[in-house]
Design a binder for this molecule. Structure first.
Ligand code: GTP
Ligand code: MG
Length: 280
């Protein structure tokens, strides 16, 4: 890990970093039973909570608004955690952004660990379940093995020394968002965030974090399918230099919700006349 930059993020003379505002972004898909626990545990340093709803069929949005009336709810245009995260990050307005899951597997009480390094010279902070002080009561043997393999590959391919990879509790300075150039649609978003942070030469820190089992409901992650997507992302990022274009397949339900294209009435008359004429 690189040392924090000494220039633009220097501490003020009195040694205390200036107050920076904090947005927390939460992708949520059918998490009505878990979201209250997450929102109730938000520490006071959090100024804004952005929840991106993945077309939930339960009462995730209503429950979230009841617990935290100031929550900013944003719909996503497609499906997948990656798409949700990209939408959420565009909607966040504070200086620092923390990303956390809605299923109760990450404890908002740890948010200060992700904010403090950003206030002290780092640009990007990733949670690690494998650093001393971290842990997981959620990782199955299969996921642990897969994650370990992917961490080793990342370290070898990008000459770094990460201890964890497939973990979505992380934070960064909002001014770095465009440099992160995110395009991922699925769970590989976490890998893309980390690898693009490396490529953008951001100052990266790992902090210990404890992952808990999701409180309720079922996982949206499929170890093999999503593991393959992470692997493909790593290989592509290592060997392809050119930036990947963003191509979002828009969900048809969203198309129905969007404002329709404006019809110019001046164009409409001749077309009606034409169709009437052609019917005769
Ligand atoms: N908006 C949105 N959120 C999603 C989508 N897929 C997953 N999520 C959310 O992303 C977070 C992580 O998804 P999980 O299903 O918990 O995946 P996981 O944490 O890797 O798997 P578990 O450890 O088994 O819980 C949760 O908050 C989900 O609600 C999606 O398509 N859209
Ligand atoms: Mg989870």
């Amino acid at each position: 890990m690189r040392e924090p930059r000494g220039d633009k993020h220097e501490l003020p003379i009195n040694g205390h970093p200036e107050r920076q505002s904090v947005s927390v972004v939460i992708p949520a898909l059918n998490e009505e039973h878990n979201i209250p626990w997450v929102l109730e545990r938000m520490p006071p340093i959090v100024d804004e909570v952005v929840l991106v709803d993945g077309h939930s069929s339960d009462r995730t949005i209503e429950v979230a608004r009841a617990v935290r009336p100031d929550v900013v709810v944003v719909p996503q245009h497609f499906r997948g955690k990656g798409d949700a995260v990209r939408v959420a990050l565009r909607a966040a307005t504070c200086d620092l952004i923390v990303m956390i899951d809605a299923d109760g597997s990450m404890d908002p009480a740890e948010i200060h660990r992700f904010v403090t390094p950003l206030m002290n010279g780092y640009d990007f902070v990733k949670g690690s379940r494998l650093l001393t002080g971290g842990g997981s009561t959620d990782l199955t043997a299969l996921r642990k093995l897969g994650n370990q393999m992917l961490v080793r590959m990342t370290n070898t391919m990008f000459l770094v020394r990460f201890t964890d990879l497939c973990y979505g509790f992380l934070s960064f300075r909002r001014e770095c968002l465009s440099a992160l150039a995110l395009t991922a649609h699925g769970f590989e978003i976490e890998t893309e965030l980390v690898v693009h942070a490396l490529k953008a030469n951001l100052r990266i820190a790992e902090v210990p974090s404890t992952e808990l089992p999701r409180r309720c409901g079922t996982s949206n992650l499929h170890a093999f399918r999503d593991g393959k997507r992470v692997l493909r992302t790593l290989i592509r990022e290592r060997f392809v230099r050119r930036p990947r274009p963003v191509v979002d397949p828009i969900d048809q339900r969203v198309l129905h919700q969007w404002r329709p294209a404006v019809v110019d009435v001046r164009d409409e008359a001749p077309r009606e006349a034409l169709s009437e004429g052609s019917l005769r």
